[in-house]
Design a protein around this ligand. Sequence first.
Ligand code: ADP
Ligand code: MG
Ligand code: MG
Length: 969
Amino acid sequence: MQAKINVGTTGYDRWKSDQFRRLQLKKYAIYLAVFHYFMTALHAKLLTNEQTYLNTKSSLIKTSMAKTVYTFGDGKAEGNASMRNLLGGKGANLAEMNLLGMPVPPGFTITTEVCNEYTQYGRDKVVADIKPEVEKAIASVEALTGNKFDDPTNPLLVSVRSGARASMPGMMDTVLNLGMNDATVATMAEKSGNPRFAWDSYRRFVQMYGDVVLGMKPKNKTDIDPFEEIMDKVKEEKGVKFDNELEVEDLQELVKRFKAAVKEYTGKDFPDSAWEQLWGGICAVFDSWMNERAILYRRMNQIPEEWGTAVNVQAMVYGNMGDNSATGVAFSRDAATGENLFNGEYLINAQGEDVVAGIRTPQQITVEGSRRWAALQGITEEERAAKYPSLEETMPALAAELIDTAHRLEDYYKDMQDMEFTIQDGKLWMLQTRNGKRTGAAMVKIAMDLLRAGEIDEKTALLRIEPQKLDELLHPVFDKEALKKAKVVAKGLPASPGAATGQIVFQADDAEAWSEQGKKVVLVRIETSPEDLRGMAVAQGILTMRGGMTSHAAVVARGMGKCCVSGAGEIVVDYKAKTVTMDGKVYNEGDWISLNGSTGDVYDGEVRTTEPELDGDFGEVMELSNKYAKTLVRTNADTPRDATQARRFGAQGIGLCRTEHMFFEGDRIKAVREMILSSDLEGRRVALAKLLPMQRGDFEGIFEAMDGFGVTVRLLDPPLHEFVPHTEAAQKEMADEMGISAEEVKAKVESLEEFNPMLGHRGCRLGITFPEITEMQARAIIEAAINCKRKGIEVHPEIMVPLVGTLKELQHQANIINITAAKVFDEQGETVDYKVGTMIEVPRAALTANQIAEVADFFSFGTNDLTQMTFGYSRDDAPKFLKHYKEVGILKVDPFEVLDQEGVGQLVRMGVEKGRATKPELKVGICGEHGGEPSSVKFCANLGMNYVSCSPFRVPIARVAAAQAAIEA
Ligand code: ADP
Ligand code: MG
Ligand code: MG
């Protein structure tokens, strides 16, 4: 058994009882193989059946649809920013920007309710239902633009855009320039006097429509987008590199070949009718809600499927009309650092996604941003000004208008805005605004800056903190000394801060596979796409060759709080050879590199990291949390080192100290084994006497670190089998040590095997069968407390009995503890205050909490075991089916991560209420994994628990969650 234990787990539950399992597995291996074969064969069928079953059930609840379409345009809107649940974030904010008098192309939003109807009843019914309202809304757009939909002589073109309640960047699909056909393209060419623009729009439309609506976008990333392939071919034939170098004839050729590809793929001609196109587009957005990428993104971000997406249909404005047109994205503050600095990127003569797609190098909006960018890229000021001028230089008036709009939006929303805009022939149009995604560091800084500026109050500032995201701020940064010696081999853009060090992989799949093997990887890509999401999630960091600060990789990485360096132009990535060449050196898959996401530097090899700084804005957030929180946050810590770490993070005591974790350090395991393997009480006492001073020393260290805060020590919990030697060699060694035969040791080890160790001889059952163990542990705790008291350290030991299910169990153990304490007091001529309490982790304990509280001074809910026993899921075995359960929607989240408030939570509530009915002053806390998960922390806080306890790195998260619970209550 390994001596290293993950601080993030409670109890022994997560340690694998390897030997036992191996034994069982061998027995059932053949059975399993056969079983697995049939299951795999049946799986597809079962999956569909289950899904149908779940859907049929939910479709019994019918919702009646009210108004389905909300229009906006020309300073008026039927919706507003508060209607994001119904209109999605994009639709609600498009409406609001209209009401704020900003330039927004007119359009309308089809509600998220329609999406749910669509998922349930399908296309035909929904189209029939909403058709009259959609036709009316198109007419209103026609009236505002003076163009006509489906009219080749004066065409109205629209975009069809998805827009869910929570932003899901790049996850769902958008079609631009919808309404085009051979006749409209001719009209547009003529009317604009710019045939290139008309044909560029047309080829984009056919491509997007083919990809999104006709399903030609490759499902698999090894497949090539048929349109990209044609595009590359035409560019090659023409001998150009960028699509803006293509001329009218080339674009016409592209459209011709695109359409031929459509015909080949679908067997049908590309649809000419604007209405047919529109319904195709609308339905494709609804379909995209259920595409694999979107489902995965929702799962990762815990977005419920029922939210649905809205569809926005909006009159087109054109950023591709020539050099007086552009498209871009902008942020009112820096999304990576939180710095109060407007920034953004744009591309001249481009449309839609060109900026984020990393097709051409985007330019910066502000001069300052542009200079910073050039410095990072190693580009001279002359070259920058000539080749990559900022919008402030190329279109100063428009840049000023954009910056002013950004300020107005930020003032209105009182939060950092992420905006999309297009400039059509010298006029600015706003296409989107939303509260921008940001890193954990930016989140903290922006909230505190807005608070200091008086824009928001303390409570709002605290509510702006996503507790989970604080995690990013707690992890190591590069060691300054190590960094000085490190060799920079490439430079890119500081797309998402943090320090990452790992082995190079080139494919997202490999990133997943390697990290499953416990390897640290850095994902190196030419550029990323939404298909790479899983790989990005498991990588330490991401390095891309192409793409700006707003590229897919950058935006997603910031959202994940993952270190990312993007657009490292000089590196050469070769997917086939699995190499990346940096600074003349060829790096292979598996080689180590390090990334600094805050500077954009890429280092050779593994660079040492150190602890982060925890003062400044972060410290202020923590102080504010303490001001509002009514629930204390303790930590689960087993060693003086963990306890010290947790104190740094602001832990207010220890909620769970697992004594057995101390048993693995150094030579101790031998004494532990001796105790277990002894055949009689005398032998056990000899071994326990060896353990006593070690445990006492540890407790002293922990009490010292906690300096006056309460410390809950749990008595021995895991089954003894966990501790004994399993290999022959180790058994022999132990036998020699104890002067008995190896056979005796082996027999004893075998006698300790259990069928269900989780439900076996563990917890207080050990202390009851071997009272001398409880006695030794109680003595170690009390003696340590007295020693500390003599040193002037304030101590509040709380002795916790695990796995109690009946009052009598607790009584039995409490007696031993109290008798032992009295003895020690007597011997020492000194006393300390101590408490005796219990874990509530067996359902029966919750059900009889009123009785148990008669003896207990405190309860601590052990929600890991409680979840396990309430669901009847073995925590070690559950991952196998939980994944499937989540896929078919039986469970939304893993109940071992997020407390099941409906079920397990009822037992917790009952336990608290019954316990306090007997003993109103009963101290109550939680020490399961859930004690650091924000929604669970809030649940516990609302139940009036005195504290939650979690692993050290989650302490700050729990502190903010506790404050939020108090504010929201
Ligand atoms: P996403 O949610 O993936 O950003 P969007 O619906 O915002 O998708 O649109 C994708 C791109 O197309 C964005 O750059 C957006 O600004 C642009 N776009 C959307 N609608 C229009 C329009 N009516 N006119 C011009 N550009 C548009
Ligand atoms: Mg957008
Ligand atoms: Mg337990």
